[in-house]
Write a protein that binds this ligand. Structure first.
Ligand SMILES: *Cc1c(COP(=O)(O)O)cnc(C)c1O
Length: 422
């Protein structure tokens, strides 16, 4: 139906704040109104008007196999037929825990929660409980979900709304949170419980860690007895089976996961050594709980997803990422525009600039230069859905064929011509 998206958005706004259940979906930072998805399959989503898009959002990361993968859907259906939540432990939780421990070197114990937000929030509580210290360090532009103590200079989720923090977060909630620039090793002392970092920040566009940066943080943490937390909610099972920690050969004390490990269902997890994780209730005094935690459908979807990710799958993802980056750079520079496309594994960022930003301060003026929204709308009009915000990245899936990548590049060429002629 013509204008169905707009009609739905108006209807949504009457009953849901801003019409959306997560702010970036509102298109506020690129302008216009969002498409409402009716269904999705493989690399595509279809909106309520029947338009098909090649989807590079992929739910912001979870859908690494592509949408509606038959094996995942079958696993969900099978789990659902046995009941959807019990409030008692299940074997499915053990199976997914074992799968993750088998793949990520250094993890001995893992607890499942319902979102990445819960994972990082609880990992910090655990770090504070274990170290009996209270200060934490985060990097500007890194996003770790929306818990109070982490909503300071928090990258995409907040930056897309043009605000640096959040109303409703009292100063006391962030008074023990120190925010420092990414790619610079902060000073640390014995008052600091933990440093939390996205090993490859993917919520301020994509920013590559400088060589040895993560290793240097690791040794600075060791010297001061500070726990290192890798927020691998995006990088986990996307860069490699062992995530960013194995990719860079740097082992944190705690890991946070989400997105891919739920195969498209709500999930999060945090993990570490037996010793550290034993500070959690019921064994220890750090409390954490969840009515729906370890949900059998999410466990089944996550397990089905991880089982389909091996070395050759990661090689394929990286190959199409290289193809896309090379193509985009060619067509964009041939029109005399500048673009910089950082890439780590299959994660890709797009900056309309000839500078490669190293931290959030350098990202902001580029993200706000207005090019992204023009590019975004040009692509969307021609059937390619990028994330509706300049602080996001491109998410590829195994369902994106080389042909689709080439098609995307051709479409980008048209869009760039249009932009540079206007
Ligand atoms: C998405 C994300 C989170 C938050 O996860 P939610 O499931 O949205 O709460 C945390 N950290 C990073 C790095 C993320 O990308």
């Amino acid at each position: 139906m013509v204008d169905e998206n707009k009609i739905l958005f108006e209807r949504a706004k009457k009953v849901i704040p801003g019409g959306v259940n997560s702010p970036v979906r509102s298109f506020k930072s690129v302008g216009g109104s969002p498409y409402f998805v009716r269904n999705a399959e493989g690399p595509y989503v279809w909106d309520e008007e029947g338009n098909r898009y090649i989807d590079y959002v992929q739910s912001y990361g979870p859908m690494i196999l592509g949408h509606s993968h038959p094996v995942v859907i079958e696993a969900i259906n099978q789990a659902a037929s046995l009941g959807t939540s019990y409030g008692a432990p299940t074997e499915k939780e053990i199976i997914l825990a074992e799968s993750i421990i088998e793949r990520v070197k250094g993890i001995e114990s893992i607890r499942f929660v319902n979102s990445g937000t819960e994972a990082t929030m609880t990992a910090l509580r655990l770090a504070r409980g274990a170290t009996k210290r209270s200060k934490i360090i985060k990097f500007s532009g890194c996003y770790h979900g929306h818990s109070d103590l982490l909503l300071a200079e928090a990258g995409s989720g907040v930056a897309n709304q043009g605000i640096s923090g959040s109303d409703g977060v009292p100063e006391t909630a962030v008074s023990e949170t120190m925010v420092v620039p990414f790619n610079e090793v902060p000073e640390m002392d014995q008052t600091i419980a933990a440093v939390i970092v996205e090993p490859v920040p993917a919520n301020m566009g994509l920013v590559e860690p400088k060589e040895n940066f993560l290793r240097e943080i690791r040794s600075a943490c060791d010297s001061a007895g500070v726990l290192l937390i890798f927020d691998e909610v995006i990088t986990g099972f996307r860069l490699s089976s062992g995530g960013a920690s194995n990719w860079y050969g740097v082992t944190p004390d705690l890991w946070c996961f989400g997105k891919i490990i739920g195969g498209g269902l709500p999930v999060g997890a945090f993990a570490g050594s037996q010793e550290l994780m034993s500070f959690l209730a019921p064994d220890g005094g750090v409390y954490q709980a969840g009515t729906l935690s370890g949900n059998p459908l999410a466990m089944a979807a996550g397990q089905a997803t991880l089982k389909l990710l091996g070395q050759s799958e990661y090689e394929y993802l990286e190959a199409i990422a290289n193809r896309l980056v090379k193509g985009l750079e060619e067509v964009i520079s041939s029109e005399g525009l500048v673009i910089t496309t950082p890439k780590v594994g299959s994660l890709i960022g797009i900056f309309f600039s000839n500078e490669m930003p190293k931290n959030f301060e350098e990202v902001k003026p580029i993200a706000e230069n207005g090019f992204y929204s023009n590019f975004f709308h040009g692509m969307l009009k021609r059937g390619v859905a990028l994330a509706p915000g300049p602080y996001e990245v491109i998410f590829l899936s195994l369902a994106h064929t080389e042909k689709l990548i080439d098609q995307t590049i051709e479409i980008a060429a048209e869009v760039i011509k249009e932009i540079s002629n206007s």
